[in-house]
Design a protein around this ligand. Structure first.
Ligand code: NAD
Ligand code: MG
Length: 396
């Protein structure tokens, strides 16, 4: 499992969601040390041009395009190569099923759930960026990880930080974990001024460069709410032991507090290539080109309590975790729909949390036993969230 240290076989890689922001950063690290890796599969939603470009550079065995509309173009762009092309959700699952040692799960949203589970079921090492998987189906997902002996390596910067300083052998001595939050672009804005923000303003994150959906989640702070649920499943801690602190510089990526009062943190510049390199090299460390911290230049690190009044998504996510059952699945699905409607300029920024809250109140909670239960509730929540009218912040 550790080709970099032994210099033997290259580690075999699949990247689910290779054309996105995390996909790009993963490929960047791989291309800096190409002999250590053998890329077997790449996947995209609809961007066949970028997928073809990546495939020509990395020469995988297979590429999967979720949206079959671009199949003919992709085929043309890869003519003369022996790269196999597959499409649809079946195709994504096939990409995850190839015998890679390491799978980057970087599809955005619950769309990534089934393909990622496919990799889990092979007992692969899964580098998990896709937090929506854990929010939507956390218990089922973690049960599958242990049943199949898969290795889960958190990529989300906060969870990767905690993973690096979390002593799993002394879990009973861990009093709490502290997730840091940048606060997003509207950290200091009043609720009234947030009512009019545009998608362009919401996706312009002050510290991190990321895909559109997670950037909007950071702006509403739903991202931190989803991360509390993600941390609950990854580290097996109850809601009360997962704290959020706003830290505008995004240098301290998260912390673990122990019984003796020690707090261990992982720090670094806000560049996803550091946590991605950690998972790509694991259990060894490998190089990454992220900017080094210059503490003298940083001078000040600030910490502030989060404000659940201006950022109601924090309260909604926390309450969904405490309620349990289908509530986190509904929260996630409704949020995906609300964010998409906001990005399409159909509803206002403040409508996002309002739509999530309304969807949660309209669907009776239930226990989720199977993946089919999860998918059914997810579909219900999407239908309900798509029909809720704007609460007035923008005309529809
Ligand atoms: P992105 O939008 O840049 O990329 C998403 C990828 O998923 C693309 O390759 C896209 O083609 C693919 N995709 C989208 N919808 C799909 C569908 N329905 N079926 C199949 N493929 C689909 O997103 P991102 O910023 O790279 O984030 C990816 C995941 O990682 C998200 O779950 C996000 O929350 C998480 N994450 C991202 C960052 C970051 O810095 N970008 C940090 C932490 C966690
Ligand atoms: Mg994060």
């Amino acid at each position: 499992m550790s080709p970099q240290s032994g210099g033997v076989e290259p580690r075999r890689i699949a990247i689910l969601g290779s054309t996105g922001s995390v996909g790009d950063s993963t490929i960047d690290i791989i291309q800096r040390n190409p002999s250590a890796y053998d890329v077997l599969a790449l996947t995209a939603n609809g961007n066949w041009e970028k997928l073809a470009e990546q495939a020509r550079a990395l020469r995988p065995e297979l590429v999967a395009l979720a949206d079959p509309a671009g199949y003919a173009e992709l085929k043309g762009a890869l003519a003369g190569t022996d790269i196999r092309i597959v499409v649809g959700e079946e195709g994504l699952r096939e990409a995850a099923s190839l015998p890679s040692d390491w799978v980057m799960a970087a599809i955005v949203g619950a769309a990534g759930l089934r393909p990622t589970l496919e990799a889990v079921k092979r007992g692969a090492a899964v580098a998990l960026a896709n937090k929506e998987c854990l929010v939507s189906a956390g218990t089922l997902f973690m049960d599958a990880v242990s049943a199949h002996g898969a290795t889960l390596l958190p990529v989300d910067s906060e969870h990767n930080a905690i993973f690096q300083v979390f002593d799993f052998n002394q879990k009973d001595k861990i009093q709490k974990i502290i997730l840091t939050a940048s606060g997003g672009p509207f950290r200091t804005w009043s609720a009234a001024s947030m009512a009019g923000v545009t998608p362009g303003q919401a996706v312009a994150h002050p510290n991190w460069s990321m895909g559109a959906k997670i950037s909007v989640d950071s702006a509403t702070m739903m991202n931190k709410g989803l991360e509390v649920i993600e941390a609950h499943h990854l580290f097996g801690l109850p809601s009360e032991k997962i704290e959020i602190i706003v830290h505008p510089q995004s240098v301290v990526h998260s912390m673990v507090e122990y019984a003796d009062g020690s707090v261990l943190a992982q720090l670094g510049s806000p560049d996803m290539r550091t946590p991605i390199a950690y998972t790509l090299g694991w259990p060894d460390r490998i190089g990454a080109p992220s900017a080094r911290l210059d503490f003298a230049a940083l001078a000040t690190l600030e910490f502030q309590a989060p404000d659940p009044v201006r950022f109601p998504a924090l309260r909604l996510a926390r309450s969904a975790l405490q309620t349990g059952g289908a509530a986190p699945t509904i929260l996630n699905a409704a949020n995906e729909v609300a964010v998409a409607r906001f990005l399409a300029e159909k509803v206002g920024f403040l409508d996002i949390a309002a739509i999530v809250e309304d969807t949660l109140s309209r669907i009776p909670n239930q226990q989720l036993e199977t993946l089919e239960d999860v998918m059914a509730i997810d579909a219900d929540a999407r239908r309900v969230a798509a029909e809720i009218k704007s609460f007035g912040a923008a005309a529809e």
